[in-house]
Design a protein around this ligand. Structure first.
Ligand code: ZN
Length: 240
């Protein structure tokens, strides 16, 4: 009995140590976290998902119109050494033609961007987005696909023509395949466009249900997750 008591007391001390250790690790990871840094000089990102989305929409309108904000990138450099308060996270394609900071007319420190060909959620992308939302308190995530996406086009070839790809490329097409198959079931006139939109939708859903962190944050309303597709021809981001 006494032994049991000692055992459980030491177990609880050890779990407390583990928890404190974890909290310290998170703090170290986030030496830039708003609550932990003297970064009052930075503009707040506690604006909510709707206002964050509005900011992206307005920035994209300026970009489309060819009237981006004139910026001196050196402004705020010193303040940014103390932390970061990005107001939106973007999960975008690695495609060289789709640069979120340009497309949404934002400056350094504004967007937390995760990019990989085909803009899908894998474990590493998810971990980055968990860091953005849980630690940096980013209120909005946008999954951003784009027209003429080579990763989606390649996946269509794999699905329809049984094409085989070299190296590690199959890991991309395996991730995108469910979206291509779901879109193909509706026999759309433009399968590439339909699969691109479906890929965005599926990854929005994946983020919203990603337990424990993002599922909780989206359920409580602390984080909003939306999807968009960037049109290469116009520069406009349409919501999916
Ligand atoms: Zn792409």
């Amino acid at each position: 009995m006494c032994n049991n008591h000692v055992h459980s007391a030491s177990e609880s001390a050890s779990s407390r140590r583990r928890f404190l250790g974890g909290a310290a690790a998170l703090a170290a990871l986030a030496s830039s976290a708003p609550a932990l840094a003297a970064d009052d000089a930075l503009p707040t990102n506690r604006i909510g998902g709707d206002a964050a989305l509005q900011r992206l929409t307005q920035g994209n309108a300026r970009y489309v119109a060819g009237k981006p904000t004139q910026r001196d990138y050196s402004v705020g450099r010193v303040a940014r050494t103390s932390g970061q308060k990005p107001f939106a996270a973007i999960l975008g394609c690695a495609d060289s033609r789709v640069a979120p900071e340009l497309a949404f007319d934002q400056g350094p420190g504004d967007l937390f961007v995760v990019r990989l060909a085909g803009n899908f959620v894998n474990d590493d992308a998810l971990a980055s987005l968990e860091f953005a939302t849980k630690v940096l308190e980013v209120p909005l995530i946008m999954v951003l696909g784009h027209t003429s996406c080579g990763a989606v086009a390649a996946t269509i070839q794999v699905v329809q023509d049984n094409a085989s790809l070299p190296g590690h490329l199959p890991s991309l097409t395996t991730a995108i395949r469910p979206a291509v198959e779901a879109a193909a079931r509706h026999k759309p006139a433009d399968l590439l466009a339909a699969a691109t939109a479906e890929n965005v939708r599926q990854n929005v859903a994946r983020l919203m249900s990603a337990a424990p962190i993002l599922a909780d944050l989206t359920k409580s309303g602390a984080v909003k997750v939306v999807g968009g597709v960037y049109d290469l021809a116009t520069g406009k981001v349409g919501m999916v």
